[in-house]
Design a protein around this ligand. Structure first.
Ligand code: GTP
Length: 241
């Protein structure tokens, strides 16, 4: 297998739920350590890595929303949850050894981490540091998938990856429908028209309009990230314009 990267700069979107591991709540140290090692494998071959992480392992707004909580307040709580996850990832990445990480937040929280400043993120990435973008877009009504799409476009990533618990995009939910088929490749318009629940529509339209390539893959498979980055086209589902 080639160890030459096929992509120079990537943005990896992790869901908050992915950090749960076997737990019902919070952050699994085994999962963050596993992710840090997967990331190190690609940093070691010179790939610049940015991360966006969700917050669903710490805060899910639906129940409070149903009970009448103000949507903007709920979304701000979700943003703070992503900051907690970003700090855990920063710590896990630096503890692996041989890697540095910087958290940049879309909302100002300077005692805890840097602000999102694109040019500074650029410099960190050029220096081989992993940059974790926290607090989504900093705005309510946007998902962390949309934040990932936005940041991927802003930093001119060559590829955006969405790490999930299934190995790509299927015609139906493979956990519920045994006849569901996996797509090797799709266009954003197909995914939008078929309403395949891969990302929210805002995120997909952003990626489509800016020609951002997306790979949806199973993050639980050890070595999958390195394989994708070194040119394996068979893993997961590729989404293109
Ligand atoms: P270079 O400028 O390339 O040397 O990058 P650097 O990130 O090492 O330098 P800088 O002096 O900007 O930051 C030093 C440390 O302080 C790093 O760990 C940063 O993450 C951290 N840091 C920088 N700005 C802030 C901030 O606004 N808030 C917090 N909490 N930490 C910050």
């Amino acid at each position: 297998m080639s160890t030459q990267p096929a992509y120079q700069r990537i943005l990896l979107k992790l869901s908050g739920e992915a950090l749960l591991g076997d737990q019902q709540f919070g952050i699994s140290p085994e999962v963050t350590a596993f992710l840090a090692h997967e990331i190190k494998a690609v940093v070691d071959i010179g790939v610049q890595v940015a991360l966006v992480v969700g917050g669903g392992n710490i805060y899910r707004g639906e129940r409070l929303a149903r009970a009448g909580m103000d949507r903007v307040t709920g979304d701000q709580m979700g943003m703070l949850a992503t900051v907690i996850n970003a700090l855990a990832l920063q710590d896990a990445i630096e503890r692996v050894g041989g890697m540095q990480a910087r958290v940049q937040s879309a909302i100002r929280i300077n005692e805890v981490c840097e602000d999102f400043i694109r040019r500074k993120a650029d410099r960190h990435l050029e220096k081989g540091r992993v940059v974790v973008f926290a607090a989504g877009t900093g705005n309510p009504f946007f998902t962390t998938d949309s934040a990932a799409a936005l940041r991927a476009i802003e930093i001119e990533a060559d590829l955006m990856l969405k790490a999930t618990t299934v190995d790509g995009i299927y015609t139906a939910d493979p956990k519920k429908d045994p006849d569901a088929k996996r797509y090797d490749e799709l266009t954003y318009d197909e995914a939008l028209h078929k309403r395949l629940g891969v990302m929210d529509q805002t995120a997909m339209v952003l990626c489509r309009d800016h020609g951002m390539k997306l790979r949806v893959y199973d993050m639980d498979r050890p070595g999958a990230l390195l394989k994708i980055i070194t040119g394996d086209m068979t893993i997961g589902t590729r989404v293109n314009r």
